[in-house]
Design a protein around this ligand. Structure first.
Ligand SMILES: [Zn+2]
Length: 680
C-alpha cells in the first residue's frame, strides 16, 4: 500500500535481483572483507569510500530492476528468496493449514496476490463500489465519514490518526492526530519550483488523469479533475511540516482535549471522523498544529466535488499496485520509473511479497524457525554489552560534558534494554480472515485489522515486548520511548555479521550498527528523552549548548557534501543518522579494543592491521551505487545520508581512523580542528 513508499530507504534498500552478486566468503583468507573491493588508485586518506569500494562497484553494476545496488540491498534480495522459499513451501503443502495460523494467513495472502488471471479479469471491480459511493456524497460530514472508513482499509485521506506512546508519559499509549493526504512522497514535491520538480508535477497530473480516464472518465473530465486534485493536494502540502521540522519532538508534541481540538479546526467533524473508527478519544496529541488548523477551513472552502474527486483518486492510488496490469504499469511508471529511476518492474512474486508487510510478524516467525541459529543470539548479546562498556568509558572521558550531565547520561545508558533476533512471544492473529481469492479485498481486510489493533491500544499501557519490525527484516532500530535497541534476525547475516569472519570486521560491521542504534539514544532527538523514555530534558543548559555547537558542525559538514551536480546532502534532515554513524563507528572501534584486551592482536590480513579492519568492516556494509533519480529521491526523503557519505562522513571526524591509516592534517579525510566534531 502507498504508505510503504514513505518508509525510509534504509528500509527500502533492504528490498533492493541478484544477477551478479558477490558473496562474502568467510572461509577464504580475506576473513570477512573482500580484498578485491579495494581500489588502491584512491588514497584512503583522500577518499576512503572509493578506496574501499571501487573494486566492488566496478564488478557489480546496478541491475535493471533496481534503483540502487549495494551489499545491503543484496542481503535484502537474498532474504527475499528465502522468504519466497517459505511461501512456496506453504503453497505446496498437502494438507490445508488451520484457519488463522501464521501459515494459513501468509500462504493464502500470497496465493491471492499471485493469482494474476483472477486479478486481470477483475480490473477495477475490487474498488468500483467504493468509487461509486464516494462519487455521490452530499456533505462534508458524509465525506469525512466515508473517507475515515476507507482510511481504515488503507486509503489515504488528509488527516492521520495513530496510537503510539505518549512522549511525556512513555508507559501509556495515546492517539496522535497529524498531517497526511499527499499522493507524492513529501511536501517539497509540490512546493519546489526547479525544472526537475515542475517536470515531476506535470507527470503526476498526467498520471492522475490517465488513471481516472481508465476508470471511465472522459479525457477532458479526467484532465480537469486531475488539475483540481493536484491543486487540493498542493494546498495541503503548503501546510505540511517539512521532514526536518518533523524530527523535532518538541514541535510535534501538542496535547489537547477534544474541546481544544475542535476549537483548533471547527470545520472538521471530528466526532464523525472518530465514530467511523469506533473510537471516542478524550485527549489527543496533535503533531502538526498549523496543518490541522488549515484543514478545518480547507474542507469547508474547497468544493465538495473536489474532495470527492480527490478521494476517488486516493482510492485508486492506494490500491493500484494490487490491481490489473494496466493499473500496475501506470503506477510503476510514475512512482518507480519517473520518481526513482527504476528501469524494469520487479517480478510479481517479489512485488506481492513486498506488499505483505502487514504480516511481517507472522513472516518473521516462519523465517526464524527455519533460518536463525540460536547461538547467534548469544554472540550478539556479548557484542551489545561490549558496546555498552565502550560507551560507558567514552561518556566518563568526555571533555565537553559536565559531571552532572554525565551522571544522567550514564543512567540512561545503563537503562538501555535490547531485543535480538525475534520476539519472546508471537502475536496471535487467528481471528484475521484471509482467503485464497481476492488480493485487493485481502489487503483491505488486513488493513482494517491492523487499524483496529492499533486503535484498541488507545489509552492503554504500552506493551514493552512488542516488536515494530519483522524478525526477517534487514534493519535495526532504536525506540526512544522504550529506551531500547532492536536487532532482528534479518540483519544478523553477512555483510553485517559473519560468524566465521575475524572479530575486527564484525565489530566494524554489526558492531557499528549496534553502536549506531545506541547513539540514537544520544543524538539530537534521542538525547531529549530520559532513561524512562519520556521527553524530558536531563541536561544542564551549558552542556546542551555545547552539544548543539558540536551537532551544528555535523550539519555544516554534511551540508557540504555534493551528491549530484548542484544537489547536496541535507545536513539538518540527516543529522540524527549522521550523529549515530559517527558515534557508532567510534564505539565499535573501542568495543573491539575492549574485546581484545589482554589478548594477542591478530596478524594483518591483506596488509591491513586489525585496527584498520574495523573501519573496512564498516565501509564494506555501505558499498552501494545509485541511479541518479534514486539518489535524488533519497536526498529528498531519506533521513539517512547516501552510502558514500556514511563512510567518509564519520571517518573524517574520527582521530582513531586518522591514526590507523596515517591521515595527516590537510588531507580530505582529516577535517581541520575548527570544523571537526567528536561528540560521543
Ligand atoms: Zn539510524
Amino acid at each position: 500500500m502507498k504508505t510503504n513508499r514513505l518508509l525510509p530507504i534504509g528500509l527500502l534498500a533492504a528490498l533492493a535481483a541478484c544477477k551478479s552478486e558477490s558473496k562474502v566468503d568467510t572461509g577464504d583468507p580475506n576473513r570477512g572483507f573482500e580484498l578485491a573491493s579495494i581500489d588502491s588508485s584512491y588514497a584512503p586518506c583522500n577518499d576512503f569510500f572509493h578506496f574501499s569500494a571501487q573494486g566492488w562497484l566496478d564488478a557489480n553494476p546496478i541491475p535493471e530492476t533496481e534503483t540502487s545496488w549495494g551489499r545491503f540491498s543484496i542481503l535484502g534480495r537474498e532474504n527475499e528468496k528465502r522468504v519466497r522459499a517459505i511461501f512456496d513451501e506453504l503453497v505446496n503443502a498437502e494438507e490445508p493449514f488451520a484457519q488463522g495460523s501464521d501459515e494459513q494467513l501468509v500462504g493464502d495472502l500470497y496465493v491471492s496476490g499471485m493469482d494474476s488471471l483472477q486479478i486481470e479479469e477483475a480490473k477495477f471491480a475490487p474498488v468500483q463500489g467504493m468509487v461509486n459511493e464516494m462519487a455521490h456524497v452530499t456533505s462534508v460530514d458524509e465525506w469525512f465519514k466515508l473517507a475515515s472508513q476507507y482510511q481504515n482499509l488503507g486509503v489515504t485521506m488528509p488527516i492521520s490518526a495513530r496510537v503510539s506512546s505518549d512522549d511525556k508519559n512513555a508507559g501509556m499509549n495515546i492517539l496522535h492526530i497529524g498531517q497526511s493526504g499527499l499522493g507524492m512522497p513529501d511536501r517539497q514535491y509540490y512546493v519546489a519550483e526547479d525544472s526537475m520538480s515542475l517536470f515531476i508535477q506535470q507527470k503526476y497530473r498526467e498520471h492522475i488523469a490517465s488513471m481516472l480516464h481508465s476508470l471511465g472518465a472522459t479525457e477532458d473530465l479526467a484532465k480537469a479533475s486531475a488539475d483540481d486534485i493536484y491543486a487540493f493536494e498542493k494546498s495541503l502540502a503548503m501546510y505540511h511540516l517539512t521532514r526536518e521540522e518533523r524530527r523535532d519532538p518538541d514541535t510535534t508534541y501538542n496535547k489537547m482535549s477534544m474541546e481544544e481540538l475542535k476549537a483548533l479546526a471547527p470545520g472538521v467533524p471530528f466526532d464523525t471522523y472518530f465514530e467511523a473508527k469506533g473510537i471516542k478519544p478524550e485527549v489527543v496529541i496533535v503533531t502538526s498544529i498549523a496543518y490541522i488548523d488549515y484543514l478545518g477551513s480547507a474542507v469547508q472552502n474547497w468544493d465538495l466535488k473536489t474532495l470527492e474527486a480527490y478521494s476517488v483518486w486516493q482510492i485508486i492510488n492506494s490500491y493500484a499496485s494490487t490491481l490489473h496490469h494496466e493499473a500496475v504499469m501506470a503506477d510503476f511508471n510514475f512512482f518507480e520509473k519517473t520518481l526513482q529511476g527504476r528501469q524494469k518492474m520487479q517480478p510479481r512474486w517479489r512485488r506481492v511479497q513486498n506488499s505483505m508487510r502487514g504480516l511481517q510478524e507472522q513472516i518473521g516467525h516462519l523465517y526464524v524457525d527455519r533460518y536463525f541459529p540460536a547461538e547467534h543470539k548469544a554472540r550478539i548479546e556479548g557484542m551489545v554489552e561490549d558496546l555498552r562498556s565502550a560507551f560507558r568509558v567514552r561518556i566518563n572521558n568526555l571533555e565537553w560534558m559536565s559531571g552532572e550531565t554525565k551522571e544522567k547520561a550514564l543512567e540512561k545508558l545503563e537503562a538501555f534494554t535490547y531485543k535480538i533476533g525475534y520476539p519472546d512471544e508471537w502475536k496471535d492473529w487467528s481471528d484475521l480472515a484471509i482467503s485464497r481469492e481476492g488480493y485487493t479485498q485481502n489487503m483491505m481486510t488486513l488493513s482494517q485489522y491492523m487499524t483496529n489493533e492499533n486503535l484498541a491500544k488507545m489509552d492503554q499501557p504500552v506493551d514493552r515486548g512488542e516488536w515494530y519490525m519483522g524478525a526477517h527484516i534487514v534493519n535495526a532500530y532504536y525506540n526512544p520511548n522504550n529506551n531500547e535497541v532492536v536487532f532482528p534476525a534479518g540483519i544478523l547475516q553477512p555483510p553485517f555479521f559473519m560468524p566465521d569472519a575475524d572479530d575486527a570486521i564484525n565489530y566494524g560491521a554489526i558492531g557499528g550498527v549496534i553502536g549506531h542504534e545506541f547513539t540514537h539514544g544520544f543524538d539530537d532527538q534521542g538525547s531529549k528523552y530520559d532513561k524512562d523514555g519520556n521527553l524530558n530534558s536531563w541536561w544542564t543548559d551549558e552542556d546542551r549548548a555545547r552539544f548543539e555547537e558540536l551537532t551544528q558542525r555535523v550539519v555544516a559538514q554534511y551540508d557540504g557534501y555534493e551528491a549530484l551536480p548542484g544537489e547536496y546532502v541535507n545536513g539538518g534532515l540527516t543529522l540524527g543518522e549522521n550523529i549515530a554513524d559517527l558515534g557508532g563507528l567510534t564505539l565499535a572501534y573501542h568495543a573491539y579494543l575492549l574485546h581484545m584486551e589482554g589478548e594477542e592482536r591478530p596478524a594483518p590480513i591483506g596488509g591491513f592491521t586489525d585496527g584498520q579492519r574495523v573501519f573496512l568492516g564498516w565501509a564494506q556494509v555501505w558499498q552501494v551505487d545509485y541511479r541518479e533519480e534514486a539518489l535524488r529521491y533519497r536526498l529528498n526523503n531519506d533521513v539517512h545520508s547516501p552510502g558514500m557519505f556514511r563512510v567518509i562522513g564519520p571517518m573524517s571526524n574520527i582521530p582513531e581512523f586518522w591514526e590507523e591509516f596515517g591521515c595527516g592534517e590537510g588531507e580530505e579525510m582529516h577535517l581541520p580542528e575548527d570544523e571537526h566534531a567528536l561528540i560521543w
